[in-house]
Design a protein around this ligand. Structure first.
Ligand code: BG6
Length: 286
């Protein structure tokens, strides 16, 4: 841990052993606090001062080498979902990332840049900026000699007061693949309400999505660029019980709205070309 000390910023960024002894960055700005694990380059917390946490973390999450963290922002790369013989959602969330640089920006935000070691024919950097908002950018460069393709996604778990009263806007008139039926559907309602297991990949959408949460009296806003897919997921009752690293009742206080490029929207990169998936999360009182 001591060799990481050079990345600390007095009063703003410290590095300590977190759960399971895994290195954790603790960040404080005038507006907010945040936590990042090097394991998976995983943002496990972001909280604005005077507000409830914006990100949901499961009380049952593992914190161990080789296991993904349940909650926060799992970083999905270079494939999304199951792949026979390989870990679900890619290897990026299972690796120990390296700190490239940290810094205090002139407006008082803290910027952290992490890189993914041994990323095959990719150069992968994850840049997290913490201030009044949480901004994240996954930058990927093709360092191989041939065109490559991959999926990416910031699999963000949001904390909500009561899933029954939450509504989601921004995905009206958007086509989606229902992962539960494998059918393609069109979102026809003016907002989405969750009252059962929902697992959908909305395609060809660059739209900002908002989560309206009357219980916590706030709206969460998810703005993105370099992303053409949005996933909406809540495991509901039965799947919650099947997941060993997730509490049986925790589906009531969480909702995943994930920004990325999946399936038919996956990214193709020519040799030396780069892509950038950017997501900015903000909140306001209802
Ligand atoms: C979502 C998928 O993105 O991630 C779901 O759409 C999946 O199908 C969920 O269950 C959690 O995946 P994992 O691998 O973290 O358990």
């Amino acid at each position: 841990m001591s060799e990481l000390g050079k990345f600390e910023i007095p009063h703003h960024l410290s590095i300590t052993p977190g759960n399971g002894g895994l290195p954790k960055l603790l960040i404080e700005t005038d507006w907010s606090t945040a936590e990042i694990y090097l394991h998976g380059a995983h943002v496990t917390g972001f909280q604005k001062k005077g507000e409830s946490p914006l990100l949901f973390m499961s009380s049952k999450s593992e914190f161990a080498h080789g296991a993904p963290i349940r909650g926060g922002v799992p970083l999905i790369f270079p494939w999304f979902g199951p792949l026979e013989g390989f870990p679900s959602h890619g290897f990026a969330r299972l690796r120990e990332w390296t700190i490239h640089e940290t810094g205090l920006l002139s407006d008082g935000s803290v910027r952290v840049s992490l890189t993914l070691p041994e990323a095959e024919n990719f150069e992968v950097e994850f840049i997290i900026t913490i201030g009044e908002t949480l901004s994240m950018e996954l930058a990927v460069k093709n360092t191989g000699g041939q065109e490559c393709s991959f999926a990416d996604c910031l699999h963000t778990y949001f904390q909500v007061g009561d899933i029954h009263t939450v509504s989601i806007t921004g995905l009206e008139d958007t086509g989606y693949t229902d992962s539960l039926t494998a059918k393609t559907e069109l979102e026809t309602g003016s907002s989405i309400h969750i009252d059962r297991e929902v697992d959908r990949i909305y395609q060809d959408t660059t739209a900002t999505v908002e989560i309206h949460d009357p219980s916590l009296a706030r709206t969460i806003r998810i703005e993105k660029s370099g992303s053409r897919s949005t996933v909406v997921w809540n495991p509901w009752i039965d799947k919650s019980k099947r997941m060993p690293d997730f509490g049986d009742e925790e589906y009531l206080q969480m909702l995943c709205v994930e920004s990325g490029n999946i399936a038919k929207n996956k990214v193709f990169l020519a040799p030396s070309a780069s892509s950038a998936l950017k997501v900015t999360i903000s909140s306001a009182a209802l």
